[in-house]
Design a protein around this ligand. Structure first.
Ligand SMILES: NC(=O)C1=CN([C@@H]2O[C@H](COP(=O)(O)OP(=O)(O)OC[C@H]3O[C@@H](n4cnc5c(N)ncnc54)[C@H](O)[C@@H]3O)[C@@H](O)[C@H]2O)C=CC1
Ligand SMILES: CC(=O)C(=O)O
Ligand SMILES: [Mg+2]
Length: 476
């Protein structure tokens, strides 16, 4: 069992099993040592108490994964203490994967068997053969989404491959089910070939009511999504693009209310013109932002430059109206908003000091943001990250369960721009003006109003734009 996290990917929670020689050691001292090494003891379970020794499980939270090694080293040097083992609670939770398939009916006898399976199932097959739309009423297609990745842009970890991508895709599937009742299945493909990915997704599509593309690197993700939208009759949604864009815009609607600036008058900088950055920029332009600058590894994207990637050429033509040149610090001079979907640690305090008064900073790279909130908390008006351990978590999890709930319920053929804008407005509207605060610009993932309001507004937008193929009865 892994006990540590070599990449230093932030906080961690471990269980230390200790044998304590009671004659030589008292437990209070152990607790002091753990605390002094940066550990936060959140539970102590007694496993065994004997005359001469006791065994305890100590659950410890650390803010930096590297602290675990420091704590275990220190403990092992204390006479009278034996470290029996260390278990990482996150790894324990992943043992055997996080989801399973559960039948909706139980097979008790031969009669049941012949109905769920052959021979009677054949009549159901023929009903679908005669009218393929029956697949929506007679199979899991009605409520099931494929979460498909090639493992090339997993969180901010990059190209870690399809096997290593599975825990994220399983997590997305859990969230689909728990938050919106959507059955979702993780599918990680062992290919990076655009045509092969498109062909494979098309081939598996009969089983699904929608396709959620996840963590596929740019620029390939753009073509894959575009082609699948054209060639399939079920919604195809690249979550890292559109889910992120929807939630970012929702957060910005509320952050701008706090600083009292209209969107048409702000200058915004998006850092990381990949999947998320392009889609965020599109939704901000659609929402009326005029001065938007994109920054990537080449610096500020400027119209007329020839970039290695045609997506960046097209991006530059639609943004940076004043043709500002240079790097991130040049782009941020006088900017009202920073949106980071790039990589850890790129934003510096000096950059933020150069921004306009009441700056808004959304540092959304995962798992480590462009800047940690503690570094600039005193100089920003509103700060958000993509993480659940800080206030204002701007994460696509606020969008993808609800938007697919809506799309499946009205059997939308696509998820269009109007539905995305409606989703963003719905998420923002969960926080009423009396509750709005610099630490509360987006609702909690667990706020049940998120899916409820999002579903309602998105279904209405789908009906209005004539992409709904079924009108749920409450809308008839
Ligand atoms: N909070 C959220 O909901 C989400 C966060 N993200 C995070 O955003 C980041 C990007 O995700 P994707 O757009 O899917 O990846 P991507 O790989 O499509 O795009 C990343 C972009 O950042 C650029 N970049 C990398 N290093 C840079 C640097 N030093 N300076 C300027 N640009 C740099 C890359 O060139 C690329 O264009 C990741 O960390 C990901 O975890 C992505 C989606 C959702
Ligand atoms: C949240 C998410 O989808 C990502 O970081 O890739
Ligand atoms: Mg993602």
């Amino acid at each position: 069992m892994a006990t540590n996290n070599a990449q230093g990917l932030g906080g961690n929670s471990v269980i230390l099993r200790l044998d304590i020689d009671t004659a030589r050691m008292n437990f209070g001292l152990v607790a002091n040592i753990i605390t002094s090494m940066g550990g936060d003891i959140i539970a102590i379970d007694t496993i065994h108490i004997g005359h001469e020794s006791s065994t305890r499980d100590i659950t410890v939270n650390v803010t930096d994964a590297g602290d675990v090694a420091k704590i275990t080293d220190a403990i092992q040097r204390i006479p009278g203490i034996r470290l029996v083992n260390t278990s990482d609670r996150t790894f324990l939770l992943h043992l055997g994967g996080k989801i399973e398939v559960t039948p909706k009916v139980t097979i008790h006898n031969r009669d049941d068997l012949s109905r769920v399976y052959t021979p009677d199932v054949a009549r159901v097959c023929m009903a679908i053969y005669e009218d393929p739309d029956n697949a929506y009423s007679l199979t899991i297609k009605r409520n099931t989404v494929a979460v498909v990745s090639d493992g090339t842009a997993v969180l901010g970890l990059g190209d870690i491959g399809p096997r290593a991508a599975m825990p994220v895709m399983e997590g997305k599937a859990m969230l689909f089910k728990q938050l919106a009742g959507v059955d979702a299945f993780p599918i990680c493909l062992d290919t990076q070939d655009t045509e092969e990915i498109i062909r494979t997704i098309k081939q598996i599509s009969p089983s699904f009511g929608g396709i959620n593309l996840e963590d596929i690197a740019s620029p390939r993700c753009f073509e894959i999504e575009q082609r699948l939208k054209e060639e399939l009759d079920i919604p195809v949604f690249h979550d890292d693009q559109h889910g992120t864009a929807v939630v970012t815009y929702a957060g910005l609607i509320n952050a701008l209310k706090i600083v009292g600036k209209p969107i048409s008058e702000v200058k915004a900088v998006v850092c990381g013109i990949g999947a998320a950055g392009v889609a965020i920029s599109e939704i901000l332009l659609a929402a009326g932002i005029k001065e938007l600058i994109g920054v990537d590894k080449e610096g500020i994207l400027v119209a007329g430059e020839a970039y290695s990637n045609p997506v960046k050429d097209a991006y530059a033509l639609r943004t940076n109206p004043n043709r500002v040149q240079g790097g991130l610090s040049d782009a941020l001079q006088g900017a009202d908003v920073f949106v980071g979907v790039s990589a850890a640690g790129l934003l510096k305090r000096e950059h933020v000091l150069g921004m306009a008064p009441k700056p808004i900073v959304f540092a959304m790279a995962n798992p480590k943001p462009e800047i940690m909130p503690g570094e600039i908390e005193d100089i920003v008006a509103v700060m958000a990250t993509g993480r659940s351990d800080f206030p204002n978590q701007i994460n696509n999890v606020l969008c993808f369960p609800g938007i697919f709930r809506a799309a499946l319920d009205c059997r939308a053929s696509v998820i269009n721009e109007e539905m995305k804008l409606a989703a963003a407005e719905a998420i923002a509207s969960v926080i009423t003006d009396d509750k709005l605060d610099k630490y509360y610009i987006v609702p909690s993932v667990f706020d049940q109003k998120v899916v409820e309001l999002l579903r309602d507004r998105v279904i209405r937008a789908a009906i209005r734009t004539k992409v709904a193929r079924r009108i749920p009865k409450e809308y008839r």
